[in-house]
Design a protein around this ligand. Structure first.
Ligand code: HEC
Ligand code: HEC
Length: 192
């Protein structure tokens, strides 16, 4: 267990005050403006939040606020949020439905290459059989393609390290074209 995991567990363990959700309600309109009301983002390079586990959401939010995960936008948003606000935000995220696949199906040749890369690089071993994550693992299925590619590039450039740097290791063997194939594939997986 890393210190971050322990701190996050401690944060989640504190019972939520009824007022925490109330305080967060005003902020929620801002979150929705960028991330979408139903957790499906229509904003460039901005992740859909639907499908993310509250634990992963909280790790991310604390990371933004403490400057461990880089994002000027999210650092500003979380700067004045209390621990209760962050917990309320994570609880809201947990209740959002999974994002829908894009209307247009994926390019068949890229989907084939992406599936092979995902198999060879064991994405399902950590992100789960359907890539829906859970606990500290983010759901990536039907996440926005542009955001997936940005996230993979951030790990590759070691701008974003993540807990235990697992992803930095995963992407080291992958080139730019392979990252793009993976992002297209994961974004376009069909609904089951
Ligand atoms: C001005 C637009 C904007 C607003 C407002 C905003 N976000 Fe974000 N959010 C972003 C962007 C852009 C990222 C991606 C950061 C990155 O590249 O890592 C992000 C990332 C996140 C993530 C990480 C998701 C993941 O898949 O790792 C969470 C959780 C999140 N935001 C929650 C919130 C919450 C809760 C609020 C409201 C309190 C909020 N955001 C408000 C733009 C915004
Ligand atoms: C050894 C475990 C492991 C493997 C294998 C793995 N991942 Fe991850 N992945 C993680 C962890 C842990 C995180 C969260 C890291 C963080 O907090 O930034 C993550 C985060 C991500 C993110 C960022 C999601 C977001 O919402 O910001 C993407 C995209 C991603 N992984 C894609 C992949 C793909 C594609 C593969 C296969 C090529 C893969 N991962 C294989 C553990 C893994």
């Amino acid at each position: 267990m890393t210190i971050r995991t322990i701190l996050t567990a401690a944060l989640l363990a504190v019972p939520q005050l009824a007022s925490a959700q109330e305080g967060f309600e005003e902020l929620r309109d801002q979150c929705i403006a960028c991330h979408g009301e139903t957790g499906q983002s229509e904003t460039e390079e901005t992740p859909s939040l639907g499908g993310l586990d509250d634990y992963y959401a909280l790790i991310s939010l604390v990371g933004f606020r403490e400057g461990r995960r880089p994002s000027d936008i999210m650092a500003d948003i979380t700067a004045d949020m209390s621990n209760n606000d962050l917990r309320a935000a994570a609880a809201w995220i947990q209740g959002l439905p999974d994002p829908e696949p894009p209307e247009a199906p994926g390019d068949p040749a890229i989907m084939e290459r992406g599936a092979a890369l995902a198999r060879d690089h064991h994405c399902v071993q950590c992100h789960g059989a359907e890539l829906r994550g859970g606990h500290q693992m983010p759901s990536i299925r039907n996440q926005r393609e542009d955001y997936l590619l940005k996230a993979l590039r951030d790990y590759k450039a070691e701008r974003r390290l993540g807990d235990r740097a697992a992803m930095v290791e995963v992407v080291q063997e992958l080139g730019e074209a392979e990252l793009a194939d993976l992002a297209h594939y994961v974004a376009h997986l069909p609904a089951e």
